[in-house]
Design a protein around this ligand. Sequence first.
Ligand code: TYM
Length: 338
Amino acid sequence: MKRIFSGMQPTSQLHLGNYLGALKNWVDLQKEEDTQRLYCVVDLHAITMPYDHTQLSQATLEIAAAYMAAGIDPKKSILFVQSHVPEHAQLMWLLATMSQMGKLERMTQFKDKAGKNKERASLGLFAYPVLMAADILLYKATHVPVGEDQKQHLELTRDLASTFNTRYGVDYFSQPEPVISGPAPRVMSLRDGTKKMSKSADSDMTRINLIDTPEMIVKKIKKAKTDSDPLPDNLKDLEGRPEAMNLVTIYAALAGISKEQVIKEFAGQQFGKFKPALADVAVEHLAPITERMNELLDDKAQIETVLHDGAEQARKMAAQTLGEVFDIMGLSKVAMIH
Ligand code: TYM
């Protein structure tokens, strides 16, 4: 059976990149029959960088609310918080014993986040991809829908699955497939079309957040960086115009049409015309999600119940895998309580 696993960090509000690169695809994947789906709020990942400990549990609830508001249905998907299932950290340790430091050092996200002073980066940040591998392998996920920036981490997960099998002479973990087919797997910053839209960028004007009001969305799109040429009549001519390409990609992804269709509709038009149309599509698509999210957050008990039930289901699956891995690795299970 197909089993899908994915997660997002509660580092701050979700933005359009998270939505178009991953979350929208998660929702669409709910249509697939004979598939089990687990969607996680990965709070243990979020603490690998400096964070506000007074806000973390609220941020965790907000991400869960965003999942549900976007259309993740707890009847079709198991929705839970990573730290509620202790087996994630346990399996991570076991996998850490077979993770090569050289490979972890080559992870671009580690290099970006550690910055110039690698010596001072925490062990948690360094081991981040091992925890991610544990998240995926714990549920023996077959498919992992993510944005493009997670590709390298998934390669490492596949690598660890084979290392485990080879080292212990088993055919236990299969290779999870990355699913990088969201409508826009790499949404770029509104202020610099060569940089990815991210939660950590200093200026809020670089991204559209799922909780932005319609007025904010309109303002951010209006102020988005562009060039002075009109939109061309074919996609090829957008090459070398990263900001224009980004806005066309966002329009297509939100409207559910191809980039070619967008170009056809707006060929020859200036951004003065295109931007208001894009703002309309964005508001039309995002406003109902924001509204639903706020409603859900007014009744936190409902979200907590969903997360509680989700963690219970996830723990059953996780405990089974961990028990099997203990056996394979020769650890004693005598006193294991599950
Ligand atoms: P995170 O929280 O940074 O991002 C969540 C998801 O959003 C996608 N994404 C983007 N997609 C398109 N354009 C962008 N600008 C953009 N920014 C973010 C990410 O690719 C991701 O799919 N390490 C993961 C969380 C994680 C995970 C896992 C994912 C932990 N364990 C196991 C899958 C499976 C992360 O930091 O995502």
